[in-house]
Design a protein around this ligand. Sequence first.
Ligand SMILES: [Zn+2]
Length: 144
Amino acid sequence: MNSQIELPADLAAFVEERIQRFSEEAPEQRRWLAPYVSQHRGLPLYLGWTGTLALRATGELIQWSTEDEWPGAREFDDVTSVQLALVEGAKLYPELVPLVPERPANARTCEHCDGTGRPNGLPVSGFENIICRCAGLGWLPAGA
Ligand SMILES: [Zn+2]
């Protein structure tokens, strides 16, 4: 996948505004990210164990470490991270729903969850936070 997505002008403005106002309007449990947001100019979409996946108003997908594992921000383009960032981001910001990838005709059903979005082999409850490699979409792009 690409580390840069096409952002329509209105969404670019939306992302820029969320970045600007992050320290005052972000959900309480995410406000500690504010210094990273202003430093890297990215809107956090998904918080992993040690890093954050974020979107810039330019459409660049970037990640940074919140554990000081490495400095600065890097672009990312692996399918799992891109899908995860966009799917989780759209849950937080419904305005971003149009960015969630639609299943391409040549996509294959995710073999890790058989298309359910929930990884196979997990107990019925207690593991709701485990996210499948397809980011819960139930499919993977051809060649991924
Ligand atoms: Zn899956």
